[in-house]
Design a protein around this ligand. Structure first.
Ligand code: IPM
Ligand code: MN
Length: 365
């Protein structure tokens, strides 16, 4: 029987709670689809600072390196907010792990079932069929990582500097991910930039245009400035199919996409790497789009769907278990649309605990 080798990094806040029920579901799915789980758990984020003095310990990195994928919870919380920004879990764990594994392709599906339309701040008549878009965000370049990056004194005042930088090769490899994603969807990509102001965006637009013309003329490509894209997303999200953009614009737009899709508790994500894993598929990190939700951590009431759906993405992209992935996705949809819901999406109806929610999902499998 096939054995799936992955690292489990539950992290902080609600991470461990939603991770635990997700592993239960994976185990049962494995029985159905003939695979076993061979995972190793390690500390990351705040808990790693507490236990090892660093947010991304080398022992954790070593476990990830021995694995074919990483199932990630979430990191950060009030306990570590007084640390200098660069030592806080988000910057000291998430950014280094992305860089360490060259996880340049961030795939964030923005999915809202029509039955959950009232969870969205958008008027339901704007989203009669719910929402179904996907954001492809470049994740290891741009202003997040560009050098130089520093704060210094000059002429009697403090100056801070970030560098926004892109190379053609970085743009082309993420353009390929946008194309591959669009091929399985409506074959429509909207590339978002700020080419009326930024040099990096001028290069982005030209490179994307040339790459699509050469490699995927069948895909309908359009371009939009990021300010307009933010507006259009709030006005009519379903005009987009694949929303494709650079690192910082993608950070901002994917949060906006998250909020119009109702609850961050429903949104999964995948970050795929440049390297292949031991079975020849993309190595990737899979994490919910929401954060650690410190306000409800430890209460057993967090929505586990985003973590469970992230595990489904892991099965699909890093293990090629498409049918198992689809089975999980359908089970989540069935459970939620038939009324099994945690507090974030219950609207005054019965709010299930994390455990009850996962049982409802298992029941739908
Ligand atoms: C995200 C997060 C991170 C980012 C932060 C926590 C560093 O907001 O994954 O979107 O900005 O990429
Ligand atoms: Mn973000």
């Amino acid at each position: 029987m096939k054995s799936l080798k992955f690292a489990v990094l539950p992290g902080d806040g609600i991470g461990p709670e939603v991770m635990s029920v997700t592993l239960d579901i994976l185990k049962i799915i494995g029985e159905r689809f003939n695979f076993t789980l061979d995972y190793q758990t390690a500390d990351i984020g705040g808990i790693a600072i507490d236990n090892h003095g660093t947010a991304f310990p080398v022992t954790t990195q070593a476990i990830c390196e021995e694995s074919d994928a990483i199932l990630f919870g979430s990191v950060g919380g009030p306990k570590w907010e007084s640390l200098p920004p660069k030592d806080q879990p988000e910057r000291a764990a998430l950014l280094p792990i992305r860089k360490a594994f060259s996880l340049y392709a961030n795939i964030r599906p923005g999915l809202l079932y029509s039955e959950l339309a009232e969870a969205s701040p958008l008027k339901s008549e704007r989203i009669p069929k719910g929402i179904d878009i996907v954001c492809i965000r470049e994740l290891t370049g741009g202003i997040y990582f560009g050098q130089p990056k520093s704060t210094y004194e000059e002429a009697g005042e403090t100056v801070a500097l970030d560098t926004m930088i892109y190379k053609t090769s970085e743009i082309e490899r993420i353009a390929k991910v946008a194309i591959d994603t669009a091929k399985n969807r409506q074959k429509k990509v909207c590339s978002v930039d700020k080419a009326n102001v930024l040099e990096t965006s001028v290069l982005w637009r030209k490179t994307v245009t040339d790459y699509f013309k050469k490699h995927a003329p069948e895909i309908e490509l359009s371009h939009m400035y990021v300010d307009n894209a933010a507006m259009q997303l709030a006005r009519d999200p379903n005009q987009f199919d694949v929303l494709f953009t650079e690192n910082m614009f993608g950070d901002i737009l994917s949060d906006e996409m998250g909020v119009i899709c109702g609850s961050l508790g429903m949104l999964a994500s995948a970050s795929l790497g440049a390297s292949k894993n031991s079975i020849g598929l993309p190595f990737g990190l899979y994490e919910p789009s929401g954060g650690t939700a410190p306000d409800i951590a430890g209460k057993g009431i967090a929505n586990p769907c985003a973590q469970i759906l992230s595990a489904a993405m892991m099965l699909r992209y890093s293990f090629g278990e498409n049918e198992a992935a689809e089975t999980i996705e359908k089970a989540v949809e069935k459970a939620v649309t038939s009324g099994s819901r945690t507090g974030d999406i219950a609207f005054g109806g019965k709010a299930l605990s994390t455990k009850e929610m996962s049982e409802a999902i298992l029941h739908s499998i």
